[in-house]
Ligand binder design. Structure first.
Ligand code: SF4
Length: 152
């Protein structure tokens, strides 16, 4: 299953938990409503998590955001993730094999370049929503590549 350390930077990235994001505010509104529904459902068993997941079809997004995405202690997270269950409850609901362009390229970079990119991201001091938007639209990648070029 693809995983990149970039998915957990800056309070967690939600860049691939949706499509066609409208705005930062709309993303935050969607996650706020998801959180309310998640707290109300208060799933404990695997079956209850699946019931929560299946309350709407996977393509029925909220402001472009997956209805399962929630925020806990300021970090974005997916309550269906195998980190919580051991089993991946996202399978069949979202594309668990997807990695964004930045994360895909990052995998093949040298350790030195990876460290540089992480330091570059940290220097931006983005919140998790801006970070996610900029991972999703490749703009951090483009800016990093330009910076690298200007230093050679
Ligand atoms: S957009 Fe990229 S970095 Fe963000 S969660 Fe998806 S794969 Fe990870």
């Amino acid at each position: 299953m693809p995983f990149s350390p970039l998915c957990q930077l800056n309070g967690g990235c939600m860049g691939c938990c949706g499509h066609d994001f409208e705005s930062k505010e709309k993303i935050k509104q969607a996650v706020f409503k998801n959180n309310l529904e998640f707290k109300h459902a208060d799933p404990k068993t695997e079956e209850q998590f699946i019931q929560f997941r299946d309350r709407r079809p996977s393509r029925d997004l909220r402001n472009g955001v997956c209805r399962n995405l929630v925020e806990e202690q300021g970090c974005y997270l997916c309550p269906l993730h195998p980190a919580r269950h051991g089993k991946d409850l996202r399978i069949g609901h979202c594309d668990t094999d997807y990695l964004c362009k930045t994360a895909t390229l990052f995998e093949n970079w040298s350790e030195e370049k990876k460290k540089k990119f992480i330091a570059f991201v940290e220097s931006k001091r983005l919140d998790n929503t801006d970070y996610s938007i900029r991972m999703d639209n490749d703009s951090l990648l483009k800016e990093f590549i330009e910076l690298e070029k200007s230093l050679t």
